[in-house]
Design a protein around this ligand. Structure first.
Ligand code: EPZ
Length: 406
C-alpha cells in the first residue's frame, strides 16, 4: 500500500473480528519445525510478516500450504540449518528459528537480524540464554554460528524479560533431556500461547505467564492443529480508533484479560467499556488526559504507545507517555505535529497537550504501529490526510485495516 487518503470527522460504529495474533503466530511458526510432522494453524492472519516467515521455512525445506484461513507447515523436508541471509534480514522474527533449528540439528547459522525503525533490537539476551544451555555461539562477519553438540538442560536467567529471548530458549530446551528452568522470563500472553502450542505437540512445559518457565525435555514432538490467541494489539488499535471518533463498536473475539492495562487507561479517558462473551464493546469518546509508562507485560504494552498518543491528542489537557521499552519509538510524534498536534518529547517522555483541532496533511508511516497511529490521526483531522506508507509497514502487522475502518 503506497498511500492512503483519509477523510476525518466520521464516527466509527459496527463490529470487527480480530485475527490471530501476529506476535503469537511468528514464534509458533518457528516452533512448528521442532517435529517432522505437519502443524496446522487455524485463523492465521494474512500478513506480510507471516509470508516472510513462510518463505524462510520454505528455503529450509518445509512445505507450506495456506487456504481457508489456515496455514499448514509440513517440515518433513527440513534439511538446512543455515538461515538464508537476504530473507533473515527482512524480518527480525527469523531469530526465533535459532532455538528451534538448534533443537533439531544441534547446530545453526543465522545472520545478525537487522535493527529496525524503533531501535537497535540487540539479541544479546537470546545468545546469553543459548550459551547458558551450553551452546557454543560465535559471532563472525555478521553471522552467528552456533554449535549445540554439548547443549544440555539446566538453568537460564535473563537480565531483562525479553519476549523473543524467552521464546527462543523455550524452543531450544524442549528436546533437551532433563529439566530446564528459565527465570526472569517475559510473561506476555504470546509466551503462554507458545507453551500451549508446544504442549499440544507433546512437550512438557509449565509456568508460562509467570516469572519462571520449566521445561521437562521430551524425546520428540508430533504435529498439532492449533488456533493462536487473538491479536491484542489489533484489538487495542481498533478500540483506540473508536475512542477518538465518539464511536460505538464491538471488537469481536478480543480477549479483555490480555488488554487489562490498555482497557484501564482507556476507561480513565472517559470512554465506556464493556467486556462481553463476544468481545469488547467501547462507546463514547476520550476526553480526560492520562499518564502511562510502557512496561513488560502485564504493564502497559509498548505496541499500544503510538495509538494512545493519538488518543491523548483528543483529550482536553496534558497527557504524559513514557516509553521505557524501546529507545526510538516516538517517530510518529513529528508526523502528528505536522497535523497540528502539540507534543514535546524529552528523554523518552512525550508530553501531549490535547484538545487542539488537527488539520489534514501529507504524513508518512515510520514503523508498523506508528503507521496505524497515523491512520487514527487522519480520522480526527479536519479535511483530507494523505498517509504515505511506501515500505508497507501497516500491512506487515494489520490485515485489511483500511477496509475494516471503512
Ligand atoms: C516482541 O519483540 C514483539 N515482536 C514486539 O512487537 C514487542 O514490541 C516486544 O516484544 C515487546 O513487547 C514479536 O513478538 C515478533 P523484547 P522482541 O525482546 O521480542 C531489548 C510489533 O510492533 N532487548 O521483549 O524483540 C530490546 O531492544 C513488535 O508487533 C535487548 O536488549 O522484544 C527492547 O528494548 C515491535 N537484548 C527490549 O529489550 C535482547 O537480546 C524489549 O525487547 C533482546 C531484547
Amino acid at each position: 500500500m503506497n498511500a492512503l487518503r483519509i477523510h476525518g470527522g466520521r464516527r466509527l460504529t459496527g463490529e470487527w473480528r480480530v485475527h490471530s495474533a501476529k506476535n503469537a503466530v511468528l514464534p509458533i511458526m518457528a516452533a512448528s519445525i521442532l517435529t517432522g510432522e505437519a502443524t496446522r494453524l487455524e485463523g492465521c492472519p494474512e500478513l506480510v510478516d507471516v509470508a516472510y516467515m513462510a518463505d524462510i521455512l520454505r528455503t529450509l525445506g518445509c512445505r507450506i500450504h495456506s487456504g481457508d484461513g489456515a496455514l499448514t507447515i509440513d517440515p518433513q523436508g527440513l534439511n538446512r540449518h543455515e538461515m538464508p541471509d537476504a530473507l533473515a534480514k527482512k524480518i527480525r522474527s527469523s531469530i526465533f528459528l535459532l532455538g528451534s533449528i538448534l533443537a533439531r540439528f544441534r547446530k545453526a547459522t543465522v545472520t545478525f537480524p537487522g535493527g529496525c525503525e524503533i531501535g537497535l533490537r540487540p539479541i544479546d539476551l537470546h545468545l546469553s540464554g543459548l550459551r547458558q544451555l551450553g551452546v557454543d555461539v560465535r559471532e563472525e562477519g555478521g553471522l552467528i554460528r552456533c554449535d549445540g553438540r554439548h547443549m544440555r538442560a539446566g538453568t537460564v536467567h535473563f537480565d531483562y524479560p525479553s519476549v523473543g529471548a524467552t521464546e527462543n530458549v523455550m524452543m531450544a530446551a524442549v528436546l533437551l533431556k532433563g529439566r530446564t528452568v528459565l527465570s526472569n522470563v517475559a510473561r506476555e500472553p504470546e509466551i503462554v500461547d507458545l507453551q500451549n502450542l508446544l504442549n499440544a505437540m507433546g512437550a512438557r512445559i509449565s509456568g508460562a505467564g509467570t516469572h519462571t518457565v520449566t521445561v521437562e525435555g521430551v524425546e520428540r514432538l508430533h504435529g498439532a492443529i492449533y488456533r493462536p490467541i487473538p491479536d491484542r494489539v489489533e484489538a487495542g488499535t481498533l478500540l483506540c480508533a473508536a475512542a477518538i471518533t465518539e464511536g460505538s463498536v464491538l471488537v469481536r473475539g478480543a480477549c479483555a484479560e490480555h488488554l487489562r492495562s490498555l482497557l484501564f487507561k482507556l476507561a480513565e479517558t472517559g470512554v465506556g467499556i464493556r467486556e462481553t462473551p463476544a468481545g469488547i464493546r467501547l462507546s463514547g469518546t476520550a476526553v480526560s488526559p492520562f499518564e502511562l509508562r510502557t512496561l513488560a507485560y502485564p504493564g502497559f504494552p509498548t505496541d499500544m504507545q503510538a495509538p494512545m498518543t493519538v488518543v491523548a491528542l483528543k483529550c482536553h489537557g496534558t497527557s504524559l507517555l513514557n516509553e521505557t521499552v524501546f529507545e526510538n519509538r516516538f517517530m510518529h510524534v513529528s508526523e502528528l505535529c505536522r497535523l497540528g498536534g502539540h507534543i514535546r518529547v524529552e528523554n523518552n517522555v512525550a508530553l501531549v497537550e490535547g484538545g487542539h483541532p488537527l488539520c489534514g496533511g501529507v504524513v508518512r508511516s515510520t514503523d508498523l504501529r506508528a503507521g496505524a497511529a497515523m491512520m487514527l490521526a487522519g480520522m480526527i483531522a479536519a479535511g483530507e490526510t494523505v498517509l504515505q506508507d511506501p515500505a508497507g509497514h501497516i500491512e506487515r502487522g494489520y490485515q485489511d485495516l483500511p477496509q475494516k475502518l471503512r
